[in-house]
Design a protein around this ligand. Sequence first.
Ligand SMILES: *[C@@H]1O[C@H](CO)[C@@H](O)[C@H](O)[C@H]1NC(C)=O
Ligand SMILES: *[C@@H]1O[C@H](CO)[C@@H](O)[C@H](O)[C@H]1NC(C)=O
Ligand SMILES: *[C@@H]1O[C@H](CO)[C@@H](O)[C@H](O)[C@H]1NC(C)=O
Ligand SMILES: *[C@@H]1O[C@H](CO)[C@@H](O)[C@H](O)[C@H]1NC(C)=O
Ligand SMILES: *[C@@H]1O[C@H](CO)[C@@H](O)[C@H](O)[C@H]1NC(C)=O
Length: 950
Amino acid sequence: MGQKVLLFLLHVFIPILVIAETNSQDFLGLQSVKDSWKNTPPSWVSSDPCSDWEGIGCDNSRVTSIKLSSMDLKGSLSGEIEKLSELSTLDLSYNKDLTGSLPQSIGNLKKLSNLILVGCSFFGPLPDTIGSLQQLVFLSLNSNRFSGRIPPSIGNLSKLYWLDIADNNFEGTIPVSNGSTPGLDMLLQARHFHFGKNQLSGDISDKLFSSNMTLIHVLFESNELTGPIPSTLGLVQTLEVVRFDRNKLFGEVPSNLKNLINCTELYLSNNKLSGPVPNITGMNLLNYVDMSNNSFDSSDVPSWFSTLQSLTTLMMESTQIRGELPVALFSLPNLQTVVLKNNLLSGTLDIGTTYTNHLQHIDLRNNLIAGYKKSNTGYSHELILAGNPVCEETGTESYCKVSDSQSNSSGSYTTPRNNCVPSQCSSEKTSSPNCKCAYPYTGILEFRAPSFSDLENSSQYKDLEKKLWDSFESHGLSVDSVSLSNPLKDFNNYLQISLKVFPFGQDRFNRTEISGIGFLLSNQTFKPPKYFGPFVFHGDGYENYEVLPTSNKSSKSSIGIIIGAAAGGSVLVLLLLLAGVYAFRQKRRAEGYSEQSNPFVHWDSNKNSGGVPQLKGARWFSYEELKNYSNNFSVANEIGSGGYGKVYRGNLPTGELIAIKKAAKESMQGGREFKTEIELLSRVHHKNLVSLVGFCFERGEQMLIYEYVPNGTLKDSLSGKSGIRLDWMRRLRVSLGTAKGLAYLHELANPPIIHRDIKSTNVLLDDHLNAKVADFGLSKLMGEDDKDHVTTQVKGTMGYLDPEYYMSQQLTEKSDVYSFGVLMLELITARRPIEHGKYIVREVQKAMDKTQDLYNLGGILDSSIGLGTKLIGFEKFVDLALRCVADVGADRPTMSEVVKEIEAIMQLAGLNPNAESASTSASYEEVSKETAPYTFDYSGAFPPSKIEPH
Ligand SMILES: *[C@@H]1O[C@H](CO)[C@@H](O)[C@H](O)[C@H]1NC(C)=O
Ligand SMILES: *[C@@H]1O[C@H](CO)[C@@H](O)[C@H](O)[C@H]1NC(C)=O
Ligand SMILES: *[C@@H]1O[C@H](CO)[C@@H](O)[C@H](O)[C@H]1NC(C)=O
Ligand SMILES: *[C@@H]1O[C@H](CO)[C@@H](O)[C@H](O)[C@H]1NC(C)=O
Ligand SMILES: *[C@@H]1O[C@H](CO)[C@@H](O)[C@H](O)[C@H]1NC(C)=O
């Protein structure tokens, strides 16, 4: 019998013991990281990440790399990542739903060498601790929403080779060292400073550059930098690409710039630089020069115009250059583009006969050129001389016309088929250049300073294709082919090219392959042909992973495995120990916190309500105080009531008005829930959200105190009850405000919040008719309670309720988008969502006829919208509303997309979407606060009623 038990035990536990390869601390760390994400790979269920989890790389059972680009991960990065103490590569690029701020504890990853977060949605300031990553060589944080200053501590990263923080909201000056404070001038190993598209400001310190640096790319374009270009820049002789364009730089360009003899791309355009036009004679490798739109002194045509033999592109518009262009300029062997418009060029234009076929575009409009000497052969590419005296007489010549064809900002190249007949592919599959139907991995290759300007030359794309293919091949990624298309130059002069990568011998990539391809591009392992210059890849999510039969037992099984593994022996001791230490630490931490925030001594912690709440900005009120402020909770002060209890108006001694929501006995929740709720509410601050002022939890009462929003609910305005007339413009503003409030909850609140009960009684209007979203009572923190955070009991209000959520019980932000769509329809019709048994969505769809004026909806519109006036943007508004109420959540826009679209509609209608408040026209001023009774529906913190009929 004993043997049988042993056999049984062996049978059950051996597989578990065998697979428990991963170091247990790493396992726990990964488990926490996983728990803060949705959409982790289906293989992430076993207790042995090292052997089974896709995207995880190990060395001796320690996790050393996490590569998860384009996995469609959602959520934030858990601070528990610090447990992975051997981690050297972390690549989370191209997961646009990864959000939140970067945890402080990231600084504890002492072995981290590559940190790559390109194209996610991380926000907030970078923690100073990033400067503790002593091994870091590659730091790529571009295309997120990081803000605040560049932490000076980055200067301590003495091994850093790549620093890309472009396309964020960084602000302030570029830090340089000063005494004991570090700065970026200390980064002597750095080859790349990619800082473009931020809001960096202030002067660039002379100290930033020195001869000891080894930078090759300095990209500071599209910031708000001021002052002169530091003269020390000329000491960094390794420089190859310099972009200072699109800033507010002024002063003279330092003359030692011409020492940068290895420089191939030089952009100084769109600043306020003054003094003489820079003399860049001797910078013989220059391909691309753009000094347009500066305030240089008027000068003769610089001599270097005809001596820089490598020049492909010369952009010097509005730089006050005068005199006759030398014919030698046009015979430079690589010249493609010359743009010298809005100058003082004169004389006769002679482009000679020795120009090459590369020369495609000469724009000399608005100069003083009096004649054009045509060559025998005739220059057949684009030449523009409009606005010159030479065109005043003839005027009819083709070069006198301004075609403004977009020819120089986009190219027509698409990778051709490889001698095959294209396949007819089913639905979403695409035919590859080898005519195989498959699901390609896609994205945009963005070249930030290409050396060429001719976008039609196909040989350069072929070069790029070959390099890409070779690179995939040599890294063991089985790729059928790559396809490039739609080359175009954007506003920042970045060349963008669409990339499609097709799988070999199968119709889709698996996760390992996608993360491999993603990493190759995000980590810059792939090197494009040098003349393409610095690049960055923006990967799309890959939506075509094989759908595996889902097992809902994932959480259970991994717990089972932990227990199983633990029962296996030494692991048990270790795990218990770890858990113990962890719990102890957490407790200590929590205690430490409560001591600090002791003002909440009145927190009634006897009632099993946990520690004192940690609030931001909200305060505690005593019962007595509130009783005073509300005139003893008198009927006269009552401004709303509902199943949850009543809302009273209160007067603070300061004269400020408050709304006190007092829970009825039967709708009170446990102390713990109440606490969670107020902690959540107190963290949420946005001008389109009703903010929490405080709470009271005393004498068996639960009360929430909110700011008082004077003009009542949107519903009361729509129904005419409040006496406020909402014209079309005001309705647009209200919808924009509401959308912004929701977008904040979804995308900026931390953790994100789904409202779950958007309706016209939950949108309040302030003094200026700004919309404020109320009632987070049904709100659900995303990722709050671990596993079931998406599956929840259905709550909400009939008529606004997302049918997909109702049926699947899967709650996502898109359920709010649905409700918002219904609200938009309510806004134009002033009808309740379900009125006389008719559903507004159905009614609009039924009546709608796109060929008719106002889509034939005139009959069901609210007459006070101003039917006599032109409702500019109305059709777009209806289109947007109907997209919001699409049956399938995935087809609905996100709230931030909705915000953008409403803003666009407002601009169309001539309104400034950013203006603070609504107009103050007569109809609004007439509204007297006394005559505007309304029902409050603040029900935050009270247990949600189930589906309530509207
Ligand atoms: C450059 O490095 C040398 C020696 O490594 C040092 O003496 C010098 O001060 C450094 N110069 C600058 C400008 O940092
Ligand atoms: C300039 O480029 C050449 C060729 O790439 C290289 O050998 C040389 O070291 C560079 N000069 C400097 C100062 O970096
Ligand atoms: C520009 O610099 C070159 C060489 O450094 C010099 O020969 C030339 O005279 C300069 N041109 C002007 C206009 O100063
Ligand atoms: C993914 O594809 C590669 C081949 O490209 C293969 O070796 C690997 O086993 C696949 N992974 C999974 C989990 O199927
Ligand atoms: C890419 O990442 C690896 C680390 O995984 C690193 O060794 C390599 O140098 C990186 N490639 C580039 C070009 O930085």
